[in-house]
Design a binder for this molecule. Structure first.
Ligand SMILES: [Zn+2]
Length: 451
């Protein structure tokens, strides 16, 4: 067996790990590069091996940095099955077409501004390409070993990161290699903790938080405070949020605070078509996480789902206190921009960012105290109260991951640390060596190893 690192090495995006055994090739994760331009250009660079020669793709979960290259792989000749859990498949049904739509938007924008080196600029793939690629998907069950290629089997186990997320153990030629995927939290409000791994010869483990710990802000206290303060001022609380996972956690927190009478019974608006669909998908799969059918029903009853741009615009004119959850999470696009324009200039309102804000985004500028932000070509004063909570991350930090591996009671011959910025991955390497005495490697992009 041979492994080649085609992404997720030296960075947290673009995850792609190629396993070759005899003449068979299986690609574990097929993610898009995101973030800085140098990495994004790799999406365009063509695939390092002929996609026609890959027998199957396996996805650990639906996030675009793990699934978003599937439509491009298919466009370039890949015809095999894409194996993933049912939850991942359902989320990919909304995330991949949206990714195609965004690629088309970018190309349209580049053509309008004429800044592309290619004329005309073409999308990496379209919404239609993404919908076509979904036909290759074959949803599988957790815990059931599955033949994914000749003499190669794969087994998925829950890993608590988002709905459908899995660690995957590949077995070929009498050897096993386990991919952690993105690992969830020990104590998440919605997802259950990651399940311990089975014995494995080799391990590939993520390191997003390889050198950091999460802050321990109690989300209930945090939201109780900010919501009550804003309601007393007669203002609106705006929560720019990621549509999948984070929005559902916030709805759940608000629901519980209302039930405990810790905040007033104000209207809650979920204003993002993708977050609405994601909430429905989470509720359809309620057996896979901590939210019960009853809790889902309560959230459904208590939330106003905003489905049209007219309703969305109308929300800004309300004269009574309310809570609005809208995408995108870093205020880089989406319907949340219209709310920001309307709500930022008034000191009565609050804007709460509920996760990491990438450098260069409007969210980052606002949490760092920007006095004005540019939206749709014009500057808007920031007078609303801006705050941020960082403790709702969907990634375990290094202490949580080390505990999980400790509970797994495994003894791999070699470990590969991936999916981290270089400093984080190296810090994770040292911690694994120190705690377990394992042989640990941080692979470079394009590096391969015979196992
Ligand atoms: Zn992820």
């Amino acid at each position: 067996m041979n492994i080649k690192f085609l992404g997720g090495a030296g960075t947290v995006t673009g995850s792609k790990y190629l396993i070759t055994h005899e003449n068979q090739r299986v690609l574990v994760d097929c993610g898009l590069y995101q973030g800085v331009k140098k990495l994004r250009l790799r999406n365009r660079g063509g695939f390092p091996i002929d996609p026609k020669t890959i027998n199957a793709v396996i996805l650990t979960h639906a996030h675009i940095d793990h699934s978003g290259y599937v439509p491009a792989l298919r466009k370039n000749g890949f015809k095999g099955p894409v194996y993933c859990t049912k939850g991942t498949y359902d989320l990919c049904k909304i995330l991949l077409p949206d990714s195609g739509y965004l690629q088309e938007e970018d190309a349209r924008y580049a053509n309008k501004k004429k800044f592309s080196r290619h004329s005309p600029a073409l999308p990496l793939y379209t919404e239609k390409d993404a919908i076509e690629s979904l036909k290759l998907f074959k949803p599988v069950q957790y815990h059931k070993p599955l033949d994914v290629a000749n003499q190669i089997t794969a087994t998925f186990t829950p890993v608590g990161h988002i709905l459908g997320s899995a660690a995957v153990q590949i077995s070929a030629g009498g050897k096993t290699i386990t991919f952690s995927g993105d690992v969830g939290r020990t104590e998440d409000l919605v997802m259950r903790p990651p399940e311990p791994l089975s014995e494995t010869d080799y391990l590939v483990v993520e390191s997003t938080y390889g050198n950091r710990r999460h802050d321990e802000t109690d989300p209930f206290e945090f939201f109780k405070n900010i919501i009550n303060k804003t309601m007393e001022r007669g203002g609106i609380v705006l929560l720019p949020s990621f549509a999948v996972g984070r929005a559902q956690t916030i709805l759940y927190i608000i629901q519980l605070l209302k039930e405990r009478n810790e905040i007033p019974d104000v209207p809650v608006y979920l204003n993002s078509p993708m977050a609405i669909t994601a909430t429905e998908i989470y509720c359809n799969h309620h057996k896979e996480h901590r939210l019960t059918a009853e809790e889902c029903e309560k959230i459904d009853k208590d939330t106003h789902f905003v489905r049209t741009p007219e309703e969305s615009i109308e929300l800004n004119n309300r004269k009574y206190p309310s809570i609005i959850i809208s995408a995108s999470g870093m205020a880089s696009g989406g319907w949340v921009l219209h709310h920001l324009k309307a709500l930022l200039p008034n000191h009565r309102n609050s804007v709460v960012f509920v996760g990491f804000q990438a450098p260069g985004t409007r969210g980052d500028a606002m949490v760092n105290g920007a006095e004005q932000v540019k939206i749709h070509g014009a500057y808007h004063p920031v007078r609303a109260e801006v705050s941020q909570i960082d403790s709702l991350s969907a990634h375990g930090d290094y202490v949580e991951i080390l505990d999980w591996l400790d509970q797994s009671n495994i003894n791999p011959k070699q470990v590969f640390v991936t999916h981290g910025e270089p400093v984080a991955s190296d810090s994770m390497r040292l911690k694994l060596e120190e705690k377990f005495g394992w042989k640990v490697e941080v692979p470079d992009y394009g590096e391969e190893f015979n196992l």
